[in-house]
Design a binder for this molecule. Structure first.
Ligand code: MG
Length: 337
């Protein structure tokens, strides 16, 4: 069989290959006006209102890491995808694929963590499924979580809504989650422990939309990192994006770990960081509202939407040069979430 006809790890990183996989295998077969919008959650017209509906599978390795575990990011991942559409997350269901031989205690720890995350986000887990596969046919446990939320009237958030002059705000320093997993896997030790940024975003989103009700787009910078997400937005909206390198927040230990591992923090996954695309007249109010919240107290403007170079993301470097930043390619960061 030709190599192009086999799934590779690069298909799982959330970058260019993942996009191609989704477009060619699923997009063509299931095309409909809701799916084709390719948002973080599908928006469904129901009984005069709107529901947001989303699912996310988790295969992170290892199962436990500083700042989180597979269960916690599975709950937050779906809650965050719903929140990114302006929805109030309400109900979740979970599916567990468990490998024979997994200690019951491990599963209990994951369930405890999920229960805490459910409480923290104010949602309910209302259903689920468990399946068991033979030893060595899984990797401990895989967790998928689907969820629904209600989009309050008046909110209109969509990946295609970015307009020239809109301001780009990133909610927190980037790269912590991915670097936590990578350093753990590589057995690297630093003087300062790096912790996953895994966090629920629904609370911040409510405060943000109160202060800046006309936010055009939100997206959590999960797999593929900030660069990939910005590319998705610029394509969906048919606009250009420009960001300033020296405004993109990266904590010093993450920057050092990235240098050591040969990674660009722009491509490293986050589990509690999002980008908001805000009309210029609401940008200050948005920043203020976000900075009150402990999870986004370092929120900062990183750039803006432009009319020139549509569907391209351009980075202005500290030295005044410009370079195009594409979506993540290759398979440097497998099994990160
Ligand atoms: Mg997302």
């Amino acid at each position: 069989m030709r190599k192009e006809e086999l799934i590779t790890m690069a298909h799982g990183t959330g970058g260019r290959m993942t996009q191609q996989l989704i477009d060619k295998v699923f997009g063509t077969r299931f095309s409909n006006p809701i799916l084709d919008r390719m948002n973080d959650a599908a928006i469904l017209p129901v009984g005069g209102g709107r529901l947001a509906f989303s699912i996310d599978g988790h295969v992170v390795s290892p199962l436990f890491f500083p700042g989180g575990d597979i269960g916690k990011i599975a709950i937050f991942g779906t809650v965050n995808d719903l929140a990114m559409m302006g929805a109030r997350p309400l109900w979740l269901v979970a599916s567990f694929i468990i490998e024979e031989g997994l200690p019951m205690e491990t599963l209990r720890k994951i369930a405890d963590s999920m229960a805490e995350a459910v409480k923290q986000t104010g949602v309910q887990l209302v259903g689920g499924d468990t399946k068991v596969v033979e030893k060595e046919k899984g990797d401990g446990v895989y967790v998928s979580v689907a969820g629904v939320g209600i989009v309050p009237e008046g909110r209109n958030i969509d990946a295609s809504n970015a307009q020239p002059r809109d301001v780009l705000i990133v909610s927190a320093p980037i790269g912590n989650h991915g670097i936590t997993i990578m350093t753990l896997r590589e057995g690297l030790k630093f003087d300062v422990e790096i912790t996953s940024d895994a966090a629920p975003l629904n609370g911040i989103v409510e405060d943000l939309l109160k202060a800046a009700p006309h936010v055009h787009v939100m997206r959590d910078a999960s797999r593929g990192g900030l660069a990939t997400v910005l590319n998705e937005l610029s394509s969906a909206s048919g606009v250009g994006i420009e960001i300033d390198e020296d405004t993109v927040p990266v904590e010093e230990p993450v920057e050092r770990a990235c240098a050591l591992l040969g990674l660009d923090p722009l491509y490293v996954a986050n589990e509690g960081v999002f980008v908001a695309v805000v009309p210029p007249e609401e940008a200050d109010a948005a920043l203020q509202a976000m900075r009150v919240h402990p999870l986004s107290k370092k929120a900062v403007k990183i750039g803006e939407v432009v009319e020139s170079h549509p569907e391209r993301v351009v980075l202005r470097t500290a030295l005044g040069a410009q370079r195009i930043v594409g979506p993540l390619s290759g398979d440097l960061l497998p099994r990160i979430c």
